[in-house]
Structure formats: structure tokens, C-alpha cells
Write a protein of this length. Structure first.
Length: 485
């Protein structure tokens, strides 16, 4: 009876461990880490939200370019008038057409033409007088101090381009964060599944001990205290199983939320630990890689370039406003509209104007304050970059130290797990020979469970530290197909 009971428990345990990873009526396919990451890159909320930011940043370039697009102007006005007691009435019809454009030098150029019809109605004696005036003119207004220069007038476009680059870098950082979170969630899910298997195995062993103690009590070998001790051990292991199941379900939901949207009931396939391969570690190399490829660091440098452009523009705005304005035009007057337009190019009527206009606010307190603000913002960003460099250096030291420590911890945990198995087998053999107690067997089982879970935890810690290092160095996306922004 004793051997049959032990065989039954071991058989049930083997069946349970075989069917445990499926957690469903049908065993789903294997779920690889690569599959999880690719699904996250396609369906994660943060990544989809980031696409809107990058799209808006690209549109900012078009908005900045629109400032140099030509503008068409057209108008047509008709009006009439007659003064009280006058012997005539008048009516006019003014039609104008023109175009203007802002140039990268800061100049505003406009060209316009018009046709003006004037008609006077005589009341005594009745009659009318009709004439048509046409003109064409070219105007240029060029800033000479404030608002002048290619760099000043291209500042908005340059900032928009840097903003687009910065948004792309931050979007890449979002993808890296998603990949890191997905990889960690995948490893933690596999840990939770393996931990649950360990808990079920311990529960089976506790039940086996309980059944053996009842048998020995019935034969007068053990007391009721030993049976009660074994029963408490079963209850403890049942509680551990419940907690492990709760953690497993939490890990499953966490991974599902990263790789899909509201697919919280979707089955997850079998998981596994990847091989922890790490090249030779060096803090200096990690530090240089992070500065060369980490999106947040590069985005901060782009932000500094934007602020530098803003400071240069603010410095230019302190200058007085001095504009050169020129106008050249021709005009003609005829009795018919066609003649007025036809004779306009060769007309002897003309007008021109050249002038300078100076505007200078006394003190320029506003412009000076804006320059100080821009300079302060630039200094603030540069200091942030320095702090970020220090943070990267600290993280590099921590990451290298963590991987080195965790690699050793994996080996130590594996040895501890082997020792726990041998100690449990020895204690169980002593108990079967009547040389130990149920309490000591349960303590050995607890130590074995702890060693096995610690071994799993050390493996996860090593994998997570590798993931963190890859994120720090900006290499999280290596090997994955990236979605278009």
C-alpha cells in the first residue's frame, strides 16, 4: 500500500507537470520572444500614440515652409456717389490682382496690377464721361538689421526639422522601451510558469508525505502529531500554489497588455528562457555606445540645437528695425479698358519710391529680456545634457556590475539547487528509516523550493540585466523588424 500510494502521487505529479504550461483546453503553439516583440511593435498603445507625435512633427516642416509660399490677392470694388445739389453723379469700379512672397533674406516682394473705371453722369444736360486707368507695380521691402539674414529667416524651418528629428528619436526610444518591457514581461511569465510547476511538485510531495504518515500512524509507527504536521505542510503548499497561480495570471495579463489591445483572454503559447550571451563587458565602451545611439541623449542634443537657433534669433531681434522700401510702377489712362491694358507696357506714366524706415524701441527691454530667457534656456539644456551624461555613466557602471554579479549568482543558485535536492532526499530517507521527523522533512522541502525558485530568479535577473544593458546602449531594436513611424 505504501509503494502504491507513492507511485500514484508521482504519476499524478508527472501528468500535472506535463500539462501545466498549456493552461488551456488545447495546447497552444510555442510563443517565442521574437514573436512577442514583433506583436508589441505592431499593436502597442505607446507606439501607436508615438506615431501621431512624429507625424505632427513632420507637418511642422511643411508649416515652416509655407511661410515662403507666394500669396495671391484679388479684389473687385464698385461704388457710386452724388452730392446733394450737384449736377453730376459718379460711379467707379476698381479691380485689382497681385501676388506677394516672403524671401529667405527677410524681404517681402509684391507685384500687382489694377484696372480702374471712372464714370461721371451729367444731369444738366444729360450725358456721361467714361475713362479707364490701369497700372502695374513692383514693391520690395528688405530689412537691413532686425529681421535680416538667411539664418534668421530660416530659423523656423531649421527648428522644425530639428523637431522632426527629435520626435523620431523619441519615437525610437518609445519602441526601445516597449521592447525592453516586452522582453522582461516574457521572462517574468516564464519564471511564473516554472515557479508554479515547482509549487505543484512540492504540493505533490507534501501530499505523499501526508499519506505515508497516515499509513504509519495506522500501523502504530507514528503519532497523530506527525500526521498533523504533514497536513499543515499540505495546506502550506496549497497556499503557495494559489499565490503562484495569482502571480502567473498577473504576468500573463501584463504581457498581453504589451503585445495587444484588449486581448486579455488570448491564449499564450509555451515560453522559454533564451540563452544569456554577453560579450566582453567594459564601462567605457557602454558609455560611448549610449552617447552615440541612445535616443534620449541624441534628442537632448537636438533640443540644444533648437535652443541655440532661438537664442541667435533673440540676439538678432535686439537690433533696430531698419527697412529699405522701394516701389516702381507704370500707369496709363484710356477711354476703353482694352486700350488701357494694351498700352500699359509702353506708357509714359510711371511712379517710383525709395525710402528707409527706422524703428527702435527705447531701451529694448522686451527684446533684451527675451534674449536672457533664451540664453538661460540654452544653459539649462546644456546642463541637463551634462547630467544625462553622468546618469548614463552611472547606469553603465551599474549595468556592467549587475551582469557580472548575476552571472555568478546563476552558478551559485544552480549549486544550491543541487544541494537542496540531495539534502531533501537524505532527510526523506532518514524519515523513512525512522530517524527523522515530518517537520524536518517539510523544512528540507521548503529549503529545496526556495533553492529552485532562487535559481529561476537568478536566471531572470541575468536576462533582465542584459536587456537593460542593451536598452542603455540603444541596441534594443537590433534583430527586430521595425514598423514605419
Amino acid at each position: 500500500m505504501h509503494r502504491a500510494s507513492r507511485f500514484t502521487v508521482l504519476l499524478a505529479t508527472a501528468v500535472l507537470l506535463t500539462t501545466l504550461p498549456a493552461q488551456a483546453n488545447e495546447a497552444p503553439a510555442t510563443l517565442s520572444l521574437t514573436d512577442c516583440v514583433q506583436r508589441a511593435l505592431q499593436h502597442n498603445f505607446d507606439i501607436e500614440l508615438g506615431r501621431f507625435d512624429t507625424a505632427n512633427a513632420r507637418e511642422s516642416i511643411a508649416i515652416a515652409r509655407a511661410g515662403f509660399d507666394p500669396t495671391l490677392h484679388a479684389s473687385s470694388t464698385r461704388q457710386g456717389s452724388r452730392q446733394e445739389g450737384a449736377s453730376f453723379a459718379a460711379s467707379t469700379w476698381d479691380t485689382r490682382l497681385g501676388a506677394s512672397q516672403h524671401l529667405v533674406t527677410g524681404a517681402n516682394v509684391s507685384v500687382s496690377t489694377s484696372l480702374y473705371r471712372n464714370r461721371n453722369y451729367l444731369t444738366t444736360p444729360p450725358g456721361s464721361n467714361l475713362s479707364y486707368n490701369s497700372d502695374v507695380s513692383l514693391s520690395l521691402s528688405q530689412p537691413l538689421l532686425k529681421g535680416a539674414g538667411l539664418a534668421y529667416n530660416r530659423a523656423a524651418l531649421a527648428q522644425a526639422r530639428l523637431g522632426s528629428d527629435r520626435a523620431g528619436l523619441l519615437y525610437r526610444g518609445t519602441m526601445m522601451d516597449t521592447v525592453r518591457a516586452t522582453e522582461i514581461a516574457y521572462f517574468e511569465l516564464h519564471f511564473a510558469r516554472r515557479q508554479l510547476a515547482v509549487r505543484h511538485q512540492s504540493l505533490a510531495a507534501a501530499r505523499q508525505l501526508y499519506e505515508e504518515n497516515k499509513t504509519k500512524r495506522d500501523t502504530g509507527v507514528l503519532t497523530d502529531l506527525e500526521v498533523l504536521t504533514a497536513e499543515v505542510g499540505v495546506a502550506t503548499q496549497q497556499r503557495n500554489v494559489l499565490l503562484a497561480e495569482q502571480e502567473l495570471h498577473d504576468r500573463e495579463d501584463g504581457l498581453r497588455a504589451l503585445i495587444g489591445q484588449f486581448a486579455l483572454e488570448a491564449p499564450l503559447g509555451e515560453t522559454g528562457f533564451t540563452t544569456a550571451e554577453v560579450e566582453t563587458l567594459a564601462v567605457d565602451r557602454t558609455f560611448e555606445r549610449a552617447k552615440a545611439a541612445q535616443p534620449e541623449y541624441l534628442a537632448t542634443k537636438s533640443s540644444i540645437e533648437q535652443l541655440q537657433i532661438e537664442a541667435d534669433s533673440a540676439r538678432r531681434n535686439r537690433l533696430p528695425e531698419l527697412n529699405l522700401a522701394t516701389t516702381l510702377g507704370y500707369n496709363t489712362e484710356r477711354d476703353h479698358a482694352g486700350d488701357a491694358l494694351e498700352n500699359l507696357p509702353g506708357s509714359e506714366g510711371y511712379n517710383w519710391q525709395v525710402g528707409l524706415e527706422l524703428t527702435y524701441p527705447i531701451g529694448s527691454r522686451g527684446d533684451r529680456a527675451r534674449l536672457r530667457q533664451a540664453t538661460n534656456s540654452l544653459g539649462h539644456a546644456r546642463l541637463q545634457l551634462r547630467r544625462l551624461e553622468q546618469d548614463i555613466l552611472v547606469q553603465a557602471r551599474i549595468s556592467v556590475r549587475a551582469i557580472t554579479t548575476n552571472r555568478e549568482a546563476v552558478q551559485v543558485a544552480a549549486l544550491a539547487s543541487q544541494l537542496g535536492v540531495k539534502q531533501y532526499d537524505l532527510e526523506k530517507a532518514r524519515f523513512d528509516a525512522g530517524l527523522s521527523t515530518a517537520r524536518r522533512v517539510l523544512d528540507a522541502q521548503t529549503d529545496l523550493d526556495t533553492a529552485r525558485v532562487n535559481e529561476l530568479s537568478s536566471q531572470v535577473a541575468l536576462l533582465v540585466s542584459i536587456v537593460q544593458l542593451r536598452r542603455l546602449e540603444g541596441r534594443s531594436l537590433d534583430g527586430y523588424a521595425l514598423p514605419s513611424p
